[in-house]
Design a protein around this ligand. Structure first.
Ligand code: IVH
Length: 668
């Protein structure tokens, strides 16, 4: 194909795909099938691969950029990112209206918007192109999360039409739709990761990830609620929002222009229950004076605008009967009381169980079986019991006594000083603890033994084949074949994935042992500090405390873990099977300090080395890997097919640009 024609076709395809993205992600009404869409995308990808110099950095194929390294760059907000005053009652809202009317005597209109429950973001567009996205941070300075925000398909990289200001900022809320949240949490549980407490935390955690490709897979969405700039099309906030929708932004059509406070109250009560049918969480209504001149006259207090207020819905509550209390034993032996309730409808779901947290909470509320309890759905996954209606208490109800013995193994429970939870101390003999530890050991972030799962662990344990993590390595294909779950192939796979885990690096093995309070990061720090398991087992409390992030609680938990002969034996048996019990030095080795103090960006692909290896090499020579060229970048290592925009930016900022060969000369 001739380059001229290719250029034209690339533009046509990009425009068409952008249009379909808008139809699908913003309007939720696609006009072509997935198959046709994929065909367009593939054609564009192929043309771009053939003519790399024609790749537009804002092409729909360029949403996922390269990994971010280290930290996000901090950026000062051009316009401060303020928060809103909250109110919980119609009276307070009327007071707000009164205050506004003292300043504005006519033409007052309010815009009612739902309060989307996610993470605030400010996105700047220059000449119709997304240039930067920054989180709220402390309101004055936030994190530059542009690379992650670009992956959100409902956010346009390029605006539609032409009549937008040359430069403006648009603010909105990045949310995780509830169905996405549910499926991510399901997967996290399978992988042994802690589930996110609510969609807001999930959205905020996702936005802070350093790998934009993972962010892209999390399917975030973004609702826009505020346009800021010098040359906005209208003097009305409402009209500007409607206009922004034409530029390609997702401005929900739930926004409503109210002529007075009664109409505002009508909107609030209409959405109080209806909001639960939306695909995302909302926690209230934001009421804004629409006219920008009026907004200006009203001005700001130190923290909040006087022209807007948030009406927060009360967390929904329902009353129901407490039928019984179960006690769950976790992997670490922690006992969690869970209430079984007579099913009740609450905030869009039927609730049958609620969290009771710990003994103190039960005692504080004086909860008794048979009581009518008040359940509330706050930000957590499991609803909680917040009160008891003692007027409805049955005469026979007796005060509830927390259990003294483990419901699974009968051991006497202990409650360590300063802890709210009870624990079963029988960690080597209590079934859920044993199984939980094995499940943790095989989980993705630990030994990643994917040929086994929770049900297989249950089976292996019940058949007496596996009692601890070391037993896994003694399993034979023949033993597995004797079990109903296994056929030739699955038994071979299971044994192979167990063998393969012998290569897993020491920090993950240490994490996999499941020492209470030793999470992934602490395990890494301990491994790095001590180098091997023997040094950790021999370390005194003082020596453990010398490790970054290790405090009294972690140190004493480590000491206790290795003081138990059974744990010590497990480590010795694992050693016998050949598991990694010391750090692979090359991982942390420094080769030189040639690049020390330098912020280096790599871009494009390289012929003699992979991008990952190159990054590692930079780190080993003391350099700091950076994700994007910015004012403090010291050097750009340019590979093949480097994006023209990156090169251009580096040139403009006077950043030193080297190719692969020159880089190697430099570090020799
Ligand atoms: S307006 C000065 N509108 O609520 C105007 N905020 O408590 C400030 N939020 O930080 C924001 N939905 O993250 C506005 N429709 C909406 C909103 C909204 C959610 C969040 C936003 C803000 C926080 C303020």
């Amino acid at each position: 194909m001739e380059p001229d024609y290719a250029q034209q076709r690339i533009k046509e395809l990009a425009d068409e795909i952008n249009r379909h993205n808008y139809q699908y992600y913003v309007l939720s009404s696609p006009t072509i099938s997935d198959f046709e869409y994929d065909k367009l995308l593939k054609e564009l990808e192929q043309l771009e691969a053939q003519f790399p110099s024609l790749v537009d950095p804002n092409s729909p194929t360029q949403r996922v950029g390269s990994d971010l390294t280290g930290e996000f760059v901090q950026v000062k907000h051009r316009y401060q990112m303020l928060s809103l005053a909250n109110t919980y009652s119609p009276e307070e809202l009327k007071d707000f209206d009164g205050r506004v009317r003292k300043v504005i005597d006519n033409g007052l209109e309010y815009v009612c918007e739902l309060k989307y429950d996610g993470v605030a973001i400010g996105i700047t567009y220059r000449n119709g192109v997304l240039v930067q996205a920054v989180t709220r941070g402390d309101g004055t300075v936030g994190d530059d999360v542009t690379a992650n925000v670009r992956t959100i398909k409902s956010i346009p990289l390029k605006l539609h039409g032409a009549n937008f200001p040359a430069e403006f900022e648009i603010r909105g809320e990045i949310v995780m739709p509830r169905n996405v949240f549910d499926s991510i949490n399901k997967q996290r549980e399978i992988d042994g990761d802690t589930p996110f407490a609510n969609p807001r935390n999930a959205a905020s955690g996702t936005l802070k990830l350093l790998d934009p490709s993972v962010v892209a897979s999390r399917k975030l969405d973004c609702y826009l609620y505020y346009v800021l700039g010098d040359n906005l099309p209208y003097e009305s906030h409402y009209q500007n929002l409607v206009k922004a929708r034409e530029w390609g932004f997702k401005v929900p059509d739930t926004i409503y222009l109210a002529q007075d406070i009664d109409a505002v109250l009508g909107f609030i009560s209409k959405w109080e229950t209806k909001r639960h049918n939306l695909l995302f969480d909302t926690d209230g209504v934001v009421v804004k004076v629409s006219n920008l001149k009026h907004q200006k006259s009203l001005g700001f207090t130190a923290k909040t605008p006087r022209w807007a207020i948030a009406y927060k819905y009360k967390a929904e509550q329902a009353a129901t009967e407490l039928l019984s209390i179960d006690f769950q034993v976790g992997r670490t032996g922690a006992i969690t009381p869970v209430a079984n309730l007579s099913p009740v409808h609450l905030a869009g779901t039927t609730v049958k169980r609620a969290s009771l947290h710990n003994a103190d909470q039960i005692a504080l509320l004086d909860i008794r079986i048979g009581d009518t309890v008040l359940v509330e759905k706050g930000g957590e996954i499991i609803p909680k019991i917040v009160g008891v209606d003692t007027t409805k208490r049955p005469q026979v109800a007796i005060p509830f006594e927390f259990i003294a013995a483990c419901p699974e193994c009968g051991a006497t429970l202990v409650r360590p000083d300063g802890e709210a939870k009870h624990y079963c101390p029988n960690d080597t003999g209590c079934p859920p603890q044993i199984k939980g530890r094995i499940e943790h050991f095989i989980s993705r972030k630990a030994l990643n033994i994917d040929g086994l799962g929770e049900e297989t662990v249950e089976l292996l344990y019940s058949k007496g084949l596996v009692h601890n993590v070391a037993d896994l390595y003694a399993l034979t294909k023949e033993q597995l074949l004797g079990l109903e779950r296994f056929a030739q192939k699955s038994a071979e796979n299971a044994v192979a994935s167990i063998r393969k885990s012998l290569e897993i690096p020491f920090p993950r093995v240490l994490f996999g042992l499941g020492i209470r309070y030793v999470g992934e990061t602490t395990a890494k720090k301990l491994a790095q500090h001590f180098g091997n398991i023997d040094a950790i087992m021999a370390a005194s409390t003082e020596e453990l405390l010398a490790v970054d992030e290790v405090g009294e609680r972690i140190a004493s938990s480590i000491k206790e873990f290795f003081s138990i002969p059974k744990n010590y034996d497990i480590v010795e048996r694992l050693r016998g099977f050949g598991i990694q019990l010391k750090v692979d030095k090359s991982q942390f080795e420094t080769l030189s300090v040639t690049l020390s103090g330098m912020n280096i960006v790599i871009s494009g692909s390289f012929t003699t080395i992979s991008r990952e290896e190159l990054k590692e090499l930079i780190a080993k020579h003391g350099g700091n890997n950076q994700s994007a060229v910015s004012g403090n970048t010291s050097m750009l290592v340019a590979g093949h097919k480097i994006g023209p925009a990156k090169l251009e930016k580096a040139r403009k900022l006077g950043v030193r640009i080297v190719n692969e060969e020159e880089f190697f000369k430099l570090i020799q």
